[in-house]
Write a protein that binds this ligand. Structure first.
Ligand SMILES: NC(=O)c1ccc[n+]([C@@H]2O[C@H](COP(=O)([O-])OP(=O)(O)OC[C@H]3O[C@@H](n4cnc5c(N)ncnc54)[C@H](O)[C@@H]3O)[C@@H](O)[C@H]2O)c1
Length: 309
């Protein structure tokens, strides 16, 4: 196998689960990098030893040495603090920005042609930071959040209507925070908008639960945040890129005027393929939806401005 995916922060919950997903699906060889280098080595060995059972020939290695990550096709960045109960993602801004500075320098040095998928929070601001720090073209820095937010909404819709998740599509735009913009009009069951299937109160409740989906889990876990669904979301993006699937997924992408937003990472539908973000898909929003998007983008911009990038 000659494709290589590196997960920085891969000894942590989200990163280890991403590494596991990439190896389990035999998408690429996997390098786990973490300042906790011994833990990285242990997690990698554990995953490697599962590969015979999964029938996967992925080679998996864990280390603190970025040289091992050289010439990766994709680098997923999950290094950084997760939030605790009572914290918002935005509370992680400064501490995780410092980590992005250290990590991005090494990623660019060893894998100058890779596509970077930031996952660390606050997601949109960290994606913007990695974009500026790496000086990569915008196509090659694409943040993970929308896939997760829509997966959460899909799970809630499927449960509410007692239908297969396979039939459910959900659409969530905007920043990965309290102001995210779930769009019921574009959320469908077997092609039928949920606005035709559920009363407004039910839809409002689904939308609110989606926007608070991360906090709901933090409150249960107490000592960390969600990782199975976030990792599965990042793996879906990795797969779309490596297999050049041209898959339309909601991701944090750098907008240059689309959705009336300029110079900012915000969640929008993009076409993901071998070149990274191959297209930003613009859909027509109602004035109310555009206003919600603007509010969400403004919240992201406020955070980004604090970083003085
Ligand atoms: N975008 C999303 O939708 C989403 C979803 C879930 C979690 N997250 C974010 O992902 C991040 C990771 O969450 P987690 O639950 O895996 O946390 P975790 O604490 O389990 O793992 C973080 C890992 O990063 C490592 N690390 C810290 N500083 C580093 C550095 N400078 N270089 C290399 N490695 C370093 C730590 O040693 C640790 O292993 C958090 O910021 C969290 O908020 C984002």
């Amino acid at each position: 196998m000659n494709r290589k995916v590196t997960v920085v922060g891969g000894a942590g919950n989200v990163g280890a689960t991403v590494a596991r997903g990439v190896a389990d699906k035999q998408l690429a060889d996997v390098v786990i990098i973490d300042i906790a280098d011994q833990k990285a080595a242990g997690v990698a060995l554990d995953i490697l030893e599962a590969c015979p059972i999964w029938g996967s020939d992925s080679r998996v290695l864990g280390t603190g040495d970025y040289a091992e990550s050289a010439n990766s096709d994709i680098v997923v960045i999950t290094s950084g603090l997760p939030r605790k109960p009572g914290m918002s993602r935005d509370d992680l801004l400064n501490v995780n920005y410092k980590i992005m500075q250290q990590v991005t320098e090494q990623v660019v040095k060893y894998s100058p042609n890779c596509i970077i998928v930031p996952v660390s929070n606050p997601l949109d601001a960290m994606a913007q930071a990695v974009y500026r720090l790496s000086k990569f073209p915008r196509e090659r820095v694409v943040g993970m959040a929308g896939v997760l937010d829509s997966a959460r909404m899909r799970a809630f819709i499927a449960k509410e209507l007692n239908v297969s998740v396979d039939n459910v599509h959900a659409f969530v735009l905007g920043g990965h925070g309290d102001t995210m913009v779930p769009l019921p009009r574009y959320s469908t069951v077997a092609g039928i908008p949920i606005t035709d299937l559920l009363p407004k109160e039910k839809i409002d409740a689904l939308v609110t639960r989606t926007a608070n989906g991360g906090a709901e889990i933090v409150n249960y876990l107490k000592t960390g945040s969600a990782y199975y669904a976030p990792a599965a979301s990042a793996v879906e993006m990795v797969e779309a890129i490596l297999k050049d699937k041209k898959k339309i997924l909601p991701c944090a992408a750098y907008l240059e005027g689309q959705y009336a937003t300029k110079g900012l990472y915000v969640g929008v539908p993009v076409k993901l393929g071998r070149a990274g973000v191959e297209q930003i898909i613009e859909i027509k929003l109602t004035p109310a939806e555009q206003a919600a998007f603007d509010k969400s983008a403004a919240a992201v911009r406020e955070l980004v401005e604090k970083l003085k990038l």
